[in-house]
Design a protein around this ligand. Sequence first.
Ligand code: ATP
Length: 613
Amino acid sequence: MTSVDVADTPPSSFLHYRQFHRGTIPRHALTFLFTLLWTRFRWRVLALTATSVAGIGLMALEPLFLRDLVEALTRFQPGQDIPWPSDIWLPFALVAGAWLLSAGFNRLREWVDLHTTPSLRMEVQTCLFSYLMEHAPAYFQDNFAGRLAQKVKQAGQAAANLLGILFNEITRLIVAIAVGVAIVAPQASIFLWVLLGWTVAYLALSILLARRCLGLSRALSEEVSRSTGVMVDTLGNAEIVRGFARGAHECLRQADAVLREADASRRLRRFLILMWLLMFNALLAFQISFIALAIDQVVSGTMRVGDMVMIFSLAAILSNNVWNLCARFTDLFENLGIIDASLETLNVPHAIADLPGAPDLKVPRGGITFEGVTFRHGDGTPVFTGLGLVIRPGEKVGLVGPSGSGKSTLIRLLRRQYEVQAGRILIDNQDIAQITLGSLNRAIAEVPQDPGLFHRTIGENIHYARPEASWDEVLRAARQAHCDGFIRRRPNGYDAVVGERGVLLSGGERQRVAIARAFLKQARILLLDEATSALDSETEHAIRDALWKLFEGRTVIAIAHRLSTVSRMDRIVYMEGGQIREEGSHEALLARGGAYARLWARQVDGFIADEED
Ligand SMILES: Nc1ncnc2c1ncn2[C@@H]1O[C@H](COP(=O)(O)OP(=O)(O)OP(=O)(O)O)[C@@H](O)[C@H]1O
């Protein structure tokens, strides 16, 4: 048996954006990341920082112990006994102890990281995904699904990368410098100034170069997104490509996109090579001059050999950490850039959202009123100007008219998939702009012309309409929609997976699954947009009685090009150019002899003569 086992309210282990930062997502990458870390990972980040500090802090003490060891060894006369604890064995034990403990803390840090990084990646993705899902349909029309998915995934990965940079590499360098300064300060101020001066200059140079690098890596990321979008678009329409034999053309388009991606990657890599050359030479220059300075001091008698060994070891530790951090600067900016770019695309305000404190819609009767509705699409295409239409509770209305007259848009406005520019739409006297979207969607069942199905089992796809329904109810809905027969003929029956968007089902089968969903949903308002257009006449006849049963006690708006499918409706509304031209019962409209009657006559004489009741 199949069922939908994902709860409507997210479990607390998953971060829904509403549970985070007063229900909003910060605009900037660092604020987003720090707010998330503070609210969800406070203790784990503290543990990461503490183990990092301990790991590097112990390591940075090594020069001090090495100095004492070398000093003791230079004083040692061969043949002498070395008692324990002596000034040789003690510093040696301290060096070994520092190494062992430091390694232990580093492993501990990795263990904490194991329990932090994957969770952080998951939280970023679930948070952004939950926000993304609340965008209005127009947003998804403007953005490729593949590109959006990539933005969510990239942001999760970038956050995971940043965690390492911020709470390991940067922490390590700060501690190494602090311990280094504390060690060299009492020895010789010249080393202190060289050390500090070089570190500051080197970091500043790295930041400058890394920022330039960021621009190039952003350009690369855009090209990657674009070429992914092109690929997803082509793959999604693979049948069309094949049908028009345009495979070679699509390969060229893809090659063009990938070429641009390769160019952007080459520009970034060229810059990185030059950058590393410059930085590596600057690092070598530091090490050489620092040690030369130390040798000079030893030779001139102002420094002992032990101090020189200490300086040598310190320079190695510092340059190691500075190099590690600088190597990560590009990652730092690149990952910040990735999160910024993701937030820029995903974190735009929801075009249609619940007003604060909006109540739920209550639908005791199911009356619908369009009151002076004016609407034009985002690109300026005008559809309605001051449209008025009143549908009584329980009334069955057929919506007909030429293509492009605004029938589907009317339904979309009722579902609040677009916002009207003027006027109001009321359901049982409640303005749909003032109530919660969730309650509006729960009150309406829709059977679209091309129903979307998930790449899940048929059973799950039907159950989706009302997860709390029992399996018996699912089976009953499937029988009522005449799905049961074709489902049971499949080898896996209700457990058969339907393919992406339901491609493994025929158009008519997909429509029947959508009708089964409408049966199961039990909503008071029912919208049908060419709901039976893909059914053959026989199946449509068979299903028609079932549909009328579904209509019982519900307010229905049904769009149809095939007029016979709406001729039994209480009222037929004939639209043209976004205006209601005629309305009345089928008989009244025929008697009137207007546009509807002409259309009816054409259809009866023409290709669907067999459809006449
Ligand atoms: N997302 C959109 N952006 C811009 N214009 C749109 C959009 N969707 C629809 N339109 C335009 O709005 C007008 C009404 O479209 P609508 O889909 O409501 O017509 P229809 O009567 O349902 O047509 P059909 O019978 O062919 O489905 C058309 O001119 C259409 O081109």
